[in-house]
Every structure is written in structure tokens, then in C-alpha cells.
Design a protein around this ligand. Structure first.
Ligand code: XMP
Length: 517
């Protein structure tokens, strides 16, 4: 692999993704990694990420400088660039001249292996206080800016390069080319990380792990469980049974999408549990958001365990074993690097509605090394319909936490119609890529007066909550064009009789969460 050393900046994950986009498998490691640990991983290259602080600041993230003696190609970025400069004998100055945002960089000396062949002036994205004043001995200065005399340097002999700016962000004009030049030419890595290879590798691994045993998988209709299930099916065919719990809180057309389109495209053997009555029964009279969540989570587990017992009994009758459970755990769920302690720690993460820890299964997690966009690419390669692969996040408790107030069948029907209209219009307007997700919320206990035709109405408001986000930790409300909002509002108030008002949520996260409950 290529190791991306995380100095605690929010950019490390992004770098790891960009490296993979360049066709090279990357792993995130904390900055506390030792030279011996690095060596044991036999990396083909190392990228040092940016960090939040000055190399001179108290508690600045440290790095084992012996790594620079291993003969492995290194690319330093921002803070990583300064760590490298200092370790190799250059000078980093605390000038007080800050550079932040889009900046013009001047390429010097032809640009060397990482900037060669690119325009002599280019826009780069900067974010730093300290600056490298002198390159280490034997390194050539490859770029400067108005305030930073050494904005990039490199040594072909050592195969070490660095840039002060952030090549991983799109605002740096030739950022991806810098990464690719380093990976493909300096480190001489053949770009062969692609969905096809990942599938082949995982299929072989799953077959080895499972042997002849039977496997079950919980399908939520979301991207991760859909792709992990299809991948396991590709490996072991009908040894796999997928279970889909219809809790009655799904959006319009979702069940059909899974039962019909997903099954048709993957051939997965699917059992649907019809549990809407049970769920709605337990939700009757409940208005507290946390209580709703608890009930939905609990009932989900019950439904799943019931099927599990049935399957185990059936398999036993046939002299087989059900030993494995598929989970759609992704790489960002597994790695949590950097930060204070700087150690990677594993959080146990359950993708589907929070399956309990004491399930007596071995886990199959074929997406553990992947980022979301890679999972989507693999899903497409496996032929899963775009409507499922391209799906925006949808919470496990479904529409149950998008009705403020008691959840009833009638209210669900109202919300389902309104939600379907909003989704359709946003897709038609080409906004799916810009919008992370758009919860549509029914304020079931609020009524307001309206007028329609020549009559008074007394209906409920629908809230549109379109948000833009990188990771759902923070979010901003999406500036959806007025015409699109107007169309959504018109259609909802015309086609859903119970709704007489459509409002827009213009709150960022924080302080608002993305969902209303
Ligand atoms: P909030 O509302 O906390 O949501 O800003 C952040 C992201 O998480 C999703 N979400 C959930 N996903 N089970 C899930 O699988 C849940 O219980 C759940 N609650 C919120 C939400 O849609 C958003 O993407």
C-alpha cells in the first residue's frame, strides 16, 4: 500500500481517497507509527498529511524521523511538508505571514518530477502559518508564492518531495496531477486499484472464509448493505440468504426497488419480513423521538432474530450450518486516526439498525477497506441499479423519525407522497450530486389555515431539509434554486390534500441536526 500519515487534519481521509482515485491502494496510519511499523507494512510510498498546528507549537504531532531513512518515496503535504523539511535539515520559520485559501504559486526550476510539464503559475489551496524558509541540503526548490519562498521542494535521488499547499482539494488546479506524478513516476507504482480487482480479490477471500457454510445478510435498501450483500452473493451464490425487514417506515417504492430491481440485477435469494403491523403497533401513541428510535431498533432486532432462528432450524434440518453474517462496514467506520492520542481505534459499528453484539455469528465485512464512493463504483460494476447505488443516506428508523408527533399509517402515507414528489423534482433538477440528502418532514401536530379553490383548509406543514455535507458531521443547508422549490411546493400542496404549506429549513449543522428527530 501507500501509507497516508494522519497528523490530525481533516484532510487525511481525503488524501487517502485521492490516492485511490489515482489507482493506488492507500491506508491511513496515525502519526505515532514507528519506523519499524512502517517497514513492516512494506509501503510503496508514504504521504504525510497536513495538520492543524505549527511544527513549533506545544504538543505538535510528532513523527518518527527514522522513517525518512528507510529509502521509501515520501510526499509531504502542508504540515507534513514542514515536518519533512525540519527532519531533513531545512529551516521552518514562524513568520507570522499566514496564507489561507486560493493562492498563486510560481513553479521554479522546471518543477521537477511533481510539477514538471504544468503551467508556471497555478492556483493552489493554502492553509498555513509557518513557512519553510530553506530547503534541506540536496533538495531543489520547485515553487514559491508571494509570501512563501519555499512552497515546494524535491530530491530525485532521495525520491522525496513536498508541497506547502493541499493538492488533495479541488481548488488546487493541478493537485491530482501532483499526486499522480508522485505515485506513478516518483514511487513508480502501477495503478491497478480498481473496482474489478477489488471484487476479484474479495470474492476469493470470501470463498475461503466461508467454505460450504450458509450465510445471512440484513438488507436495509441502503448502499452499503446492498453492495456487501451482492459481493458475497457473487462469491457464494445461493449459500447466501438476504433478509429485508419492511418496518412500514420506508419511502415510496423502496420495497419494490429491493424486491424487484435489486433481486433481478443480482440474483440474490431474498426473504422479506412483513413487519409493518408489529412496528406500527408498538409505535402507537409514542411521540418522544428517543423512544421511537429505541422501539424501532428493538423491533428490528426481533424481526431479524426470528428469521435467523428459522433459517438456522431449516439449515440444521438439512445438515448445514449458518455461521456467517454479512455487514456493510466501511473504512471510515473502522479507522479513527489522528487526534490527541494519535492511535487508530476501532469502533464497533453496526450498519443495519444496530444489530446486537451477541449475535452468534462470524462477520463477513467485504467493504472494510473501502470508502463510500468506491463502494458505489463496485456496486455499479456488480450491476446494481443506479437508483440503489446512487442513493443518498436514509436513516435506519426511516420515516418514523420524520413525522414529528405520533407515527400512524395515515401520516406515513401523507409523508410518503410528499417525499416522493420532492425527491423526483430534485433529481429532475439535476441536484442529486450537490445535495447530500433531503429529509422531508411532516409536522403532524401542527396545523395552519389556508385557502384552496374557494374553501378554507386546515392542513399540516411539510418541511424540506436539503443539506450539503462531506460526512454528515457538519452540514449546510443547500441553496436550492427558487424555481425548483416552487415546483416542489406547488406539486405537494396540489397533490397531497392533507398538506397546505411547504416550508424550507435554513439551519446549518450545528446547531441543527440533519434529521428533525
Ligand atoms: P443527524 O440528524 O444526527 O444525522 O445530523 C446524521 C446522519 O445520520 C443519519 N441518521 C441515521 N442513520 N440510523 C442510521 O442509519 C439512524 O438511527 C440515524 N439517525 C440519523 C442521518 O440521515 C444523517 O445522514
Amino acid at each position: 500500500p501507500v501509507l497516508v500519515v494522519d497528523f490530525g487534519a481533516q484532510y487525511a481521509q481525503l488524501i487517502a481517497r485521492r490516492v485511490r482515485e489515482a489507482g493506488v491502494y492507500s491506508e491511513l496510519v496515525p502519526h505515532t507509527i514507528t519506523a519499524a511499523e512502517v517497514e513492516a507494512k512494506r509501503p510503496l510510498g508514504i504521504v504525510l498529511s497536513g495538520g492543524p498546528s505549527s511544527v513549533y507549537a506545544e504538543g505538535a504531532p510528532q513523527f518518527d524521523e527514522r522513517v525518512f531513512e528507510l529509502g521509501i518515496p515520501v510526499l509531504g503535504i502542508c504540515y507534513g511538508f514542514q515536518v519533512m523539511a525540519r527532519a531533513l535539515g531545512g529551516r521552518v520559520g514562524h513568520t507570522g505571514d499566514r496564507e489561507y485559501g486560493a493562492t498563486e504559486a510560481q513553479v521554479l526550476s522546471g518543477g521537477g518530477a511533481i510539477l514538471g510539464g504544468q503551467p508556471e503559475t497555478q492556483q493552489v489551496w493554502m492553509s498555513h502559518g509557518d513557512a519553510v524558509q530553506e530547503a534541506p541540503e540536496g533538495f531543489e526548490v520547485l515553487a514559491r508564492t508571494a509570501v512563501t519562498p519555499v512552497a515546494a521542494f524535491g530530491s530525485p535521488e532521495k525520491r522525496m518531495y513536498g508541497v506547502q499547499w493541499h493538492p488533495e482539494v479541488r481548488h488546487s488546479d493541478y493537485g491530482q496531477r501532483i499526486l499522480e506524478s508522485f505515485l506513478h513516476h516518483v514511487a513508480d507504482i502501477t495503478p491497478d486499484w480498481n473496482p474489478g480487482n477489488v471484487i476479484a480479490e474479495q470474492v476469493a477471500r470470501i470463498r475461503e472464509q466461508v467454505g460450504g457454510a450458509r450465510v445471512i445478510s440484513a438488507l436495509s435498501g441502503g448502499v452499503d448493505s446492498a453492495v456487501s450483500t451482492a459481493l458475497v452473493h457473487e462469491a457464494i451464490g445461493d449459500q447466501l440468504t438476504a433478509v429485508f425487514v419492511d418496518h412500514g417506515l420506508l419511502r415510496k417504492g423502496e420495497r419494490e426497488q429491493v424486491e424487484r430491481d435489486y433481486v433481478a440485477s443480482t440474483g440474490v435469494h431474498l426473504i422479506t419480513v412483513d413487519a409493518a403491523d408489529t412496528f406500527l403497533g408498538h409505535l402507537a401513541g409514542v411521540t418522544d423521538p428517543e423512544e421511537k428510535r429505541k422501539i424501532i431498533g428493538r423491533e428490528f432486532i426481533r424481526a431479524f432474530e426470528q428469521v435467523q432462528r428459522d433459517l438456522v432450524a431449516e439449515a440444521k434440518a438439512e445438515g448445514e450450518q449458518v455461521k456467517f453474517l454479512v455487514q456493510g462496514t466501511l473504512y471510515p467506520d473502522v479507522v479513527e486516526s489522528g487526534g490527541g492520542a494519535g492511535t487508530a481505534n476501532i469502533k464497533s459499528h453496526h450498519n443495519v439498525g444496530g444489530l446486537p453484539d451477541d449475535l452468534d455469528f462470524e462477520l463477513i465485512e467485504p467493504l472494510r477497506a473501502l470508502f463510500k464512493d468506491e463502494v458505489r463504483a463496485i456496486g455499479r460494476e456488480l450491476g446494481i441499479p443506479e437508483a440503489i447505488v446512487g442513493r443518498q443516506p436514509f436513516p435506519g428508523p426511516g420515516l418514523g423519525i420524520r413525522i414529528v408527533g405520533e407515527v400512524t399509517r395515515e401520516r406515513l402515507e401523507v409523508l410518503r407522497e410528499a417525499d416522493a414528489i420532492a425527491r423526483e423534482e430534485l433529481t429532475l433538477a439535476g441536484l442529486d450530486a450537490e445535495i447530500w440528502q433531503c429529509p422531508v418532514v411532516l409536522l403532524a401536530d401542527v396545523r395552519s389555515v389556508g385557502v384552496q379553490g374557494d374553501g378554507r383548509t386546515y392542513g399540516h406543514p411539510i418541511v424540506l431539509r436539503p443539506v450539503s455535507s462531506e460526512d454528515a458531521m457538519t452540514a449546510d443547508w443547500t441553496r436550492v434554486p427558487y424555481e425548483v422549490l416552487a415546483r416542489i411546493s406547488n406539486r405537494i400542496t396540489n397533490q397531497v390534500p392533507e398538506v397546505n404549506r411547504v416550508v424550507l429549513d435554513v439551519t446549518s449543522k450545528p446547531p441543527g441536526t440533519i434529521e428533525w428527530e
